[in-house]
Write a protein that binds this ligand. Structure first.
Ligand code: FMN
Length: 215
């Protein structure tokens, strides 16, 4: 699923009131993260953070994903995935998740932790349907094909798959969005002596507190 992400917010719905991703002022960690994305934009890997979930047996599971965008006017990050993949089973039992993101050009690490949920064909709120459609239509034809393949992680039977024409298709049922809502962010900047590190914690009133800490 390494299709190029789209960083602009052109086609996003302007409101989203489902569950925890509330329409809100942007968190203070958004500017340093946006700056890092911008300054590292020439490096493809700067769009590939690692996303960790919790397996049903309590052990961590980690994988690389493509950051697609923020949900407009919220602090939630969006990823696309296959609805049949293990990570969906993980978050059905335990919604806690963490993201680790290293920017090689500026030598900054962002670690975000919070809650992860999935938007699938079962989600019927207008804004949820809209964001799922938008991200589906932003994918290249090649990337869409992956959602027509047999179930990920199952024993391989076929070695090649016939391409299906999905250019005009609505999102397949296998296409899911991951919505990550961070409540803690740790930003480490390696450049400088000493290095710099900031922590951001979301408060119960959903405001954010920033604390500069030792690296
Ligand atoms: C560079 C790169 C980008 C990837 N992007 C995604 C992605 O955006 N979404 C996704 O579900 N998997 C992506 N994958 C595949 C995942 O790392 C992982 O193999 C797959 O999602 C199955 O994970 P799971 O079994 O833990 O659910 C990517 C892998 C690489 C190497």
């Amino acid at each position: 699923m390494t299709d190029s992400p789209v960083g602009d917010r052109g086609h996003q719905p302007s409101i989203f009131l489902a569950n925890s991703c509330l329409f809100m002022s942007l968190a203070p960690w958004r500017s340093p993260l946006a700056r890092a994305l911008h300054r590292n934009r020439s490096r493809a890997e700067s769009r590939y953070p690692q996303l960790a979930t919790v397996r049903p047996d309590g052990r961590p599971a980690n994988r690389t994903v493509v950051f697609r965008d923020f949900w407009a006017d919220t602090n939630c990050l969006l990823f696309v995935t296959d609805a049949r993949s293990d990570k969906l089973h993980h978050i059905a039992q335990h919604s806690g998740a963490a993201l680790c993101w290293y920017f090689t050009q500026t030598r900054e690490q962002f670690r975000l932790s919070g809650e992860l949920r999935a938007l699938t064909a079962d989600n019927k709120k207008a804004a949820e349907i809209q964001v799922r459609y938008d991200l589906w239509h932003r994918l290249s034809d090649n990337a869409r094909q992956q959602f027509a393949w047999p179930s990920p992680g199952q024993p391989r039977v076929a070695t090649s798959y016939e391409p299906t024409d999905l250019s005009e298709s609505a999102p397949l049922d296998t296409f899911a969005i991951l919505v990550f809502d961070p409540d803690t962010v740790d930003h480490l900047a390696l450049k400088g002596t000493p290095q710099n590190r900031w922590q951001y914690h979301r408060q119960s009133d959903r405001s954010w507190q920033m604390l500069e800490v030792n690296p």
